[in-house]
Write a protein that binds this ligand. Structure first.
Ligand code: 3PG
Length: 395
């Protein structure tokens, strides 16, 4: 169901679950992509005269109020972007939340304080979650699920509340499903996937699934060293998940059997430490010095990766190629972003870090077909898993 299916919303209280889990430096938002992605739904509801109540989480507070995780910076930024004041309730579903919602005029918006300040939000106990969902539902006449980044979580404000109110998928959730489905349902070929980021263990499910779907798998980032170790290379002091080496060996064999090309970098940028002023060297991937750590893919690998992406018709990228926050280790990530922005196929950037990297490195977002707001959610979607926050909308 879409927002239209909810009928005339003028004067109605509409609870929207958004994902405002943005990176913060103190109280400063360093990447507001997720807030901007939430605007189309909020604008549509406001244009329709609804009284909009937004609920969202920030970080992982321990189920109790913690000023470090207050949504105050988000309320301020959201207000700037919408061009209207956004009232922030001091609590999640308490007295202040009820007062703020009662005070809403038609076509105005309020934000409830971080929903994870209430321990029931993430409880494994259905009864506990249900009790919070009842209180959230009491604040509204309808529910719009638009926090795509959190639809893989079976949590009160994502899942249980949808069972208690007339509900619809928001515009962001619909766009994400439509775009990501182009990679999961009969993708145009060649279909190339670039995986990076720190840990192989975070990506095991998606790799297993991709061996049945993708034509090429390009691996970079911290996780590549477990692949290189699985090939028998010495990876110096690089990030290494020793307990995953056997699993990775299995994937390398399966890839060969299934005809999936696994592309590993032929050279690596190494340094003695993760530091902007550490001296860097480019070494072959099978010749990493014992006292150095790999922090980016090297220049030859950047060219190889770009060549493997140039003729791909579908490209999915999740996870940076190196420590892109430090300029000396940003070229690998930049090369993948550039190759994708120049590719003619359908391009999806997924995962908070790669999306932030694309913006931070100054790429024009419109040169990518889709920049997903989901981290774990987009990976689980690509794995083909059932996501509770989507399933509950379909039931
Ligand atoms: C994310 O940042 O991926 C989402 O907001 C979900 O956050 P979580 O991993 O803390 O549930």
């Amino acid at each position: 169901k879409t927002i239209q299916d909810l009928g005339d919303l003028r004067g109605k209280r509409v609870l929207v679950r958004s994902d405002f889990n943005v990176p913060l430096d103190g109280a400063t938002i360093t990447d507001d992509g997720r807030i901007r992605a939430a605007l189309p739904t909020l604008q549509e509801l406001l244009a329709g005269g609804a009284r909009v109540v937004v609920t969202a989480h920030l970080g992982r507070p321990k189920g109790a109020p913690d000023p470090k995780y207050s949504l105050a910076p988000v309320a301020a930024r959201l207000g700037e972007l919408l061009g209207t004041e956004v009232a922030l309730a001091k609590d999640v579903v308490g007295e202040d939340a009820r007062a703020v919602v009662d005070g809403l005029a038609d076509s105005s918006v309020a934000l409830l304080e971080n929903v994870r300040f209430d321990a029931r939000e993430t409880s494994k106990d259905e009864g506990e979650r249900g009790a919070l969902a009842d209180e959230l539902a009491a604040l509204a006449d309808a529910f719009v699920s638009d926090g795509f980044g959190v639809v893989h979580r079976k949590q009160a404000s994502v899942y249980d509340v949808a069972e208690r109110l007339p509900h619809a998928a928001g515009k962001l959730v619909l766009t994400e499903i439509e775009s990501l489905s182009r990679a999961t349902e009969d993708p145009e070929r060649p279909y190339a996937v670039v995986l990076g980021g720190a840990k192989v263990s975070d990506k095991l499910g998606v790799i297993a699934n991709l061996l049945d779907k993708a034509d090429r798998l390009l691996i970079g980032g911290g996780m590549v060293f477990t692949f290189l170790a699985a090939k028998g290379y010495d990876v110096g002091s690089s990030l290494l998940e020793e307990d995953q080496i056997e699993a990775v060996k299995g994937y390398l064999t399966q890839a060969q059997e299934k005809g999936v090309e696994i592309v590993l970098p032929s050279d690596i940028v190494v340094a003695p430490a993760v530091s902007a002023d550490a001296p860097t060297t480019v070494v072959p991937a099978d010749g990493m010095p014992a006292d150095q750590m790999g922090l980016d893919i090297g220049p030859a690998a950047q060219e190889e990766f770009a060549a493997k992406l140039a003729d791909a018709r579908t490209i999915v990228w999740n996870g940076p190629m190196g420590v892109f926050e430090i300029e000396a280790f940003a070229d690998g990530t930049r090369a993948v972003a550039r190759a994708m922005s120049e590719a003619e196929g359908f391009t999806i950037v997924g995962g908070g870090d790669s999306a932030a990297a694309v913006r931070q490195l100054g790429f024009d977002e419109t040169t990518f077909s889709h920049i997903s707001t989901g981290g774990g959610a987009s990976l689980e979607f690509l794995e083909g898993k059932t996501l509770p926050g989507i399933q509950v909308l379909e039931d």
